[in-house]
Design a protein around this ligand. Structure first.
Ligand SMILES: Cc1cc2nc3c(=O)[nH]c(=O)nc-3n(C[C@H](O)[C@H](O)[C@H](O)COP(=O)(O)O)c2cc1C
Length: 211
């Protein structure tokens, strides 16, 4: 069982090459604001999607990527942000002995989802997810694809059976969002809830903010 003894909460956030890169960026920003120490990993395809969808050119070099992210997302405490390369087997994310016990993949491509479901550990994202599974940590995936094939659904079912939380990039409309930012916020708020991170001033179904 993974036990995180660090004083600051540690979360691994991986972004992969599914559409919805803005969800990942917003999640990173929200977790930073919440005081979380972040361990960030980006797939090669995530960098392509970040450029296509968010006009963000993220360098391959992790140190350079970290500087770009810190500036773009106005992350005020740089010492709580760590970015790793896909083959950085010496990073904390690569081993259960690091004690980090929460990980989110947002957005999660069907390719990465399939490889996690199959126990592949070809890159650091897959290895970190594999570590979460073997250590009984918390693994949250935010897949995005449409339509979903039987293969996609089978992989999601086998992961959900293992306790992986599948939070698909499917924002609701019952709160009448007025902007894309509100749709993004809805998804990120759901993930923060599942990570048990306190949030103030968010809309909750059936609960008045006046209380
Ligand atoms: C702009 C763009 C959008 C994409 N959207 C999706 C998507 O929504 N879901 C998905 O599974 N793959 C999507 N892909 C394809 C993945 O990026 C591709 O399968 C890639 O190999 C995934 O690699 P990764 O899992 O290492 O990130 C997209 C690719 C591009 C360039």
């Amino acid at each position: 069982m993974a036990v995180n003894t660090a004083k600051t909460r540690q979360v691994i956030v991986a972004m992969t090459g599914a559409s919805g890169a803005a969800y990942g960026l917003r999640l990173i920003q929200s977790l930073h604001v919440a005081g979380v120490e972040l361990h960030l990993i980006f797939s090669d395809a995530a960098r392509i999607v970040l450029l296509q969808e968010c006009d963000l050119s993220l360098p391959e070099d992790p140190a350079a990527a970290q500087l770009v992210l810190i500036e773009r997302l106005a992350l005020s405490e740089a010492d709580r942000v760590h970015t790793y390369g896909l083959k950085d087997w010496f990073s904390p994310a690569a081993s259960g002995s690091s004690g980090i016990c929460q990980m989110v993949v947002a957005p999660c491509s069907m390719g990465t989802l399939a490889r996690i479901a199959q126990g592949m550990s070809e890159n650091l994202i897959e290895r970190a997810a594999d570590v979460m599974l073997k250590e009984k940590g918390q693994l949250i995936l935010m897949p995005r694809e449409t339509p979903l094939s039987a293969i996609h659904l089978q992989h999601m079912l086998s992961l959900a059976t293992l306790g992986v939380e599948i939070i698909p990039a499917m924002p609701a409309f019952y709160h009448r969002p007025q902007s894309i930012a509100e749709l993004q916020a809805f998804m990120v708020e759901r993930v923060l809830d599942h990570l048990h991170i306190a949030q103030e001033n968010i809309q909750r179904w059936g609960i008045s903010n006046d209380r």
